[in-house]
Design a protein around this ligand. Sequence first.
Ligand SMILES: C[S@@+](CC[C@H](N)C(=O)[O-])C[C@H]1O[C@@H](n2cnc3c(N)ncnc32)[C@H](O)[C@@H]1O
Length: 224
Amino acid sequence: MGTAGVQFDKVAEEYDFAASLLNDHSFFLSNMPLKKGTALDIGCGTGLLVHELSGHFDHVIGIDISNEMLEVARHKRRRPNTEYLKMDASELRFPHLFDFIVSRTTFHHLEDVPNVICKMKELLHPGGKIVIIDNVSEVETPPAYVYVLGAIQEFFPNCFTFGIKSAARVFRHQTSKPWLEHLAADKYLSEQAYYDLYGPLLPGCTFRRMGWAMGIVWENKPIG
Ligand SMILES: C[S@@+](CC[C@H](N)C(=O)[O-])C[C@H]1O[C@@H](n2cnc3c(N)ncnc32)[C@H](O)[C@@H]1O
């Protein structure tokens, strides 16, 4: 297992608390395919997106390499039509195809993005869609103070939206040593690097810049 899995093991509970308040799934929900049989979430973390998609798809599988993140997912977000598996994205293997393959803030952890994208395309039904959201930044690894300033900036709006107690818990997570250590190891792509890398891998894909995040949508258009 790479270091990402171990790093997420350390922060699983607090990550889940913050993400359950802050994660926005609307980009995925507004780009779902017509056929809603099976969906796959790569780097599913604590299962927030799997849970959301399970209300729309017959069956949803989440894969991750962090035991603790998977443990939270299985404990909090198990439904009859959800499944959580320990699997590395670089070793994607399934005996069936999917209608929807998604991933949120995980691709910057992957060592060989072209290999993973190639496997995702092989696993997609005709008419199926791939939707990815990942961090975009003109600075490859922003320094810690950028995240601390961001956490301070978000604190007051979070107080109004979630209450002081929850906002304080989110702030403590965002400025905690293990989380900042994790972020110090992250490497993000610039906007241009997204176009250069993903454009040829997913011909005809669309990009949408959403602040700190880049969204990518690709449809496996049936030939003819
Ligand atoms: C920032 S978290 C995002 C979790 C979830 N997608 C969300 O949006 O809340 C990144 C996740 O990717 C997982 N991850 C990192 N490298 C991975 C890999 N090679 N294969 C599968 N999962 C991976 C981590 O364990 C972690 O749970």
